[in-house]
Design a protein around this ligand. Sequence first.
Ligand code: PEP
Ligand code: MN
Length: 267
Amino acid sequence: VASREVKPESTQVVVRDLKVGAGSLGVIAGPCSVESEEQLITTARAVKKAGATALRGGAFKPRTSPYAFQGMKEEGLKLLAAAREETGLAIVTEVMSPEDVELVAKYADVLQIGARNMQNYRLLEACGRVDRAVLLKRGPAATIDELLLAAEYVLNEGNQNVMLCERGIRTFEAHTRFTLPLATVPYLHQKTHLPVVIDPSHGTGHAYLVEDMCAASVAVGADGLIIEVHPKPEEAMSDGYQSLNLEQFAHTMAKCRKVADALGIEM
Ligand code: PEP
Ligand code: MN
C-alpha cells in the first residue's frame, strides 16, 4: 500500500499548518521531553517565530535507563495542548503502548511511534485506527524494507496519514550517537509515496552537527525535519547535548530556507 507503484503521486500529510511532502517541507521542533509549562511555552513561541509549524515534546519517554526521567505523562500532554492553544502549532508527541493511544490522541495532532517501537505491531495497528497522523521512526537496527512493512501495519488499518522518519542507525562508528544515512531520502522517494522526515538531532547526537545535517536533508529532498530545541540545553532532562538553543534554531531555519528557496521547495 505504501508503494509508488500502487500510488504514483506523492502523499502530502497536512495537520493544521504543518505540511509534509509533495514539494512542502514541514518543520517540527521542540524539546526532547516536556519538562515544565515555562520550558515548553518559551520553546513553542520561539520555534513558531522562526518558522516551525509543529511543536514536538515527549510526555511518555522511552528511556534507555529505567532510572532516568520517564516524562510528565498526561500532565505533559496537557501542557502541549495549551501550547497549541496559544501558538496554533500542531502537536507531535510519542505514544509508547497501544493502551495509551486513546489518551495521547485526545491531546496530540500527530502520534510519534518511536524507534524502539517501530516493530511493535499492536501499537502500529492501534495508531492505524485513530484519526491522527503518524510519524513512524526507523528502528536503529531496522532495514528500510522493514520500516516500509511497519508502515503497512498502520496503513492497512485505514490511516493513510503516515510520515516515515530516518533518525539514524547503529553502526560501528562511535563519533556520532547514530549514523544518519541521508540516502534514505531519495531511496524512499523512489520506493514509496509516503513523505520522509529527517531527525538530525538523534541522527548525530551532537548539537553542533544539527544545522549542517538539516541543510543537507533539505538538499536531498527531505519532506520534513524534526529538531530538538531547548531554551537551556545544558539543563535539559533528556538529550540536551543534541538540542539546539533558541538562537541556534533560528539560525538553522535561515540556512534551510536558503537551500529550500534555491530548490523551489515550499517551507
Ligand atoms: C525522541 O524523539 O525523543 C526519541 C526518543 O526518538 P527515537 O525514538 O528516534 O529514539
Ligand atoms: Mn530525544
